[in-house]
Design a protein. Structure first.
Length: 419
């Protein structure tokens, strides 16, 4: 009996300790809950709501551009994470192809950049310069530098690389922020095949080391990126979606650019197309051209004929991909006009024709043409005026088999091709 009383007494003492501990834990729990209410009421009160879920915490929102007609060269302070994005840009890009948008807006900008300055007009209302493209869109320019002083072929290369890198990165959460992607000047130079400056390690040594790109080369790209932000597109935008054609007035910058600085030094840019691309994205229109890396490495002055022919053929082949009729001959005069190449009639047969044919041969040597360029028309070169026959001739100019295969494989996806 004494043994049983001792056991009972010990059990009562233990129960008292457990009860005291339980009360203490309850007080701690209530205290933590009250603290939670002070710092985040939604999360804390969700404890008492059964299956009720806390509201998601909103993420920082980057400011939108209110007026798309205004110049869109943004200040670095707009995006606090801009430097982080720039630092994530890959150091090496060895891709052999770059996807480019192939919309009417891109074609219009190509024509505007390559047009002779006399083809530009001045708007009597806005007093700005504009160029009316062959597809009826107008490209307006409001930049600080005169149109005549712009290195047009070099600008086109930079513009195409910017758009291609945007396509590659805008869907990557690590390399995009609200539609904008980071791009460094150095990678544009790399895509263009510019070699870094090298120095000899020491006098008499054969070993060399690289100290990066030259300042003047980087400065040229900086200038071109800034100038590209001053081009705007005007006209009517036509979108084909699910068998219907939708037309909307268009007034948009071609490219939106934000400069990113660190310690008062430009380290890169955040880039995205203007709002003109929104309609294509909303209609799920995928219409991209695949461009070989070699095209971007043509020298804008020494190889400008090959460069202009190549960029037009890229557009032309992408249009042909709808029907798959790549074998359709191309009219030489139309090829030159569409490529923005002026005919030198004074030296047509003595200098101009050989230069154009050499440029086409170079495209084949660089594997940009799938077959050697072949003239399908008979031209009597023993006649005095055979140059006109050459301009009226038809040529066999087809893309490489890799390009045809790429377009064939993606054709079922492109259900809403632009007009």
């Amino acid at each position: 009996m004494i043994m049983n009383n001792s056991v009972i007494k010990q059990a009562l003492i233990e129960n008292h300790h457990y009860a005291h501990l339980l009360k203490l834990l309850t007080l701690v729990y209530l205290l933590l809950t009250l603290v939670g209410i002070q710092f985040d009421p939604q999360v804390a009160l969700a404890v008492f709501g059964g299956n009720r879920q806390p509201s998601p915490v909103s993420q920082p929102h980057l400011p939108e551009v209110a007026d798309d007609n205004a110049l869109v060269f943004h200040q670095p302070s707009e995006l606090p994470d801009a430097r982080t994005l720039i630092m994530r840009v890959p150091h090496v890009n060895s891709d052999q192809y770059l996807p480019l948008p192939n919309f009417r807006e891109d074609m219009a900008l190509r024509e505007a950049l390559l047009a002779v300055p006399t083809r530009w007009q001045r708007d009597s209302v806005t007093n700005t310069m504009y160029y009316r493209a062959s597809n009826t869109l107008s490209i307006h320019y409001e930049g600080p530098q005169a149109v005549a002083g712009i290195n047009s072929d070099s600008m086109l290369l930079t513009a195409r690389i910017l758009m291609g890198l945007w396509i590659n990165r805008h869907a990557d959460a690590q390399l995009s922020s609200h539609g904008r992607v980071p791009i460094k000047v150095e990678e544009i130079l790399a895509w263009r095949g510019i070699q870094k400056h090298q120095r000899i390690a020491y006098a008499g040594a054969s070993k060399r080391f690289s100290d990066g790109y030259q300042t003047k080369q980087k400065q040229q790209i900086h200038t071109e990126i800034r100038l590209l932000s001053h081009y705007t597109i005007h006209g009517q935008q036509h979108i084909r979606h699910q068998g219907q054609i939708y037309s909307n007035p268009l007034a948009s910058s071609y490219l939106q650019v934000q400069q990113v600085e660190e310690h008062n030094k430009v380290i890169g840019y955040l880039v995205e197309p203007g709002k003109w691309i929104n309609a294509y994205q909303n209609a799920n229109t995928l219409f991209f051209a695949s461009v070989e890396r070699q095209i971007f490495q043509f020298h804008p002055r020494n190889d400008y004929l090959s460069l202009r022919l190549a960029f037009y053929l890229v557009e032309h082949w992408r249009q042909q991909a709808r029907s798959g009729d790549y074998q359709r001959p191309i009219h030489m005069a139309q090829l030159l006009t569409s490529s923005m190449i002026s005919v030198d009639k004074a030296n047509l047969t003595t200098r101009f024709v050989p230069r154009i044919e050499a440029a086409l041969q170079k495209l084949h040597a660089q594997h940009i043409l799938g077959d050697p360029p072949i003239c399908l028309s008979h031209i009597a070169t023993n006649k005095a005026q055979w140059g006109n026959e050459w301009l009226a001739s038809y040529w066999h100019l087809v893309p490489p088999s890799e390009i045809i295969q790429a377009y064939t494989s993606c054709k079922p996806v492109s259900v809403a091709d632009p007009l």
